[in-house]
Design a protein around this ligand. Structure first.
Ligand code: S3P
Length: 170
């Protein structure tokens, strides 16, 4: 088990925590959203706009397949990666999967000022977050470990993950 994989809803801190984890553990960092954008030479918002969500999910599975073959990486994923069961299976094969959780209010506080997430461009974004979180909760629960991040700093979340991960591998 050589990778640490972060899943979780948008705004739960996967990118910031992932980068910090990689730094502290001297691992490489990779993010499936970045892989999708690089491989397709298109930003995520444009992929959604021009091709729709089902097409994006296919590209996302391709990216998951690619990163699952890596070793010694911290892998951050897009918030919807867990929806396809096979994605989680691929990621678990060579990694320990941590699910970062936060309350809808905390998520809204963290992402409310950002405009690049197509799925949150809704008239009632907090309601949308609540509904999506509820629908996805059973999928996030399939991770190896759930970390509640509300009220915690990036450093605190990072340290919790390191503790669990090191305990699991030694
Ligand atoms: C999505 C989350 C986004 C990105 C895409 C879809 C989702 O990633 O993959 O906009 O379905 O929750 P982040 O969780 O990194 O924002």
């Amino acid at each position: 088990m050589s990778n640490i994989v972060l899943v979780g809803f948008m705004g739960t801190g996967k990118t910031s925590v992932g980068r910090r984890l990689a730094e502290k553990l001297k691992l490489s960092y990779i993010d499936t959203d970045d892989v999708i954008e690089q491989d397709n030479e298109m930003i995520i918002a444009d992929i959604f706009r021009q091709h729709g969500e089902p097409y994006f999910r296919r590209l996302e599975s391709d990216a998951v397949c690619k990163v699952s073959g890596l070793d010694n990486h911290v892998i951050s994923t897009g918030g919807g990666v867990v929806i396809r069961e096979e994605n989680l299976e691929m990621l678990k094969r060579n990694g320990m999967v941590f699910s970062l959780a936060a309350t809808p209010e905390e998520i809204w506080k963290r992402v409310g000022h950002e405009i690049h997430r197509p799925l949150l461009q809704a008239p009632q974004p907090l309601d949308r977050i609540r509904k999506m979180l509820a629908a996805r909760a059973p999928f996030y629960a399939r991770a190896d470990c759930i970390i509640h991040t509300t009220g915690l700093s990036i450093e605190e979340v990072t340290d919790q993950i390191i503790e669990v991960f090191q305990h699991a591998i030694y």
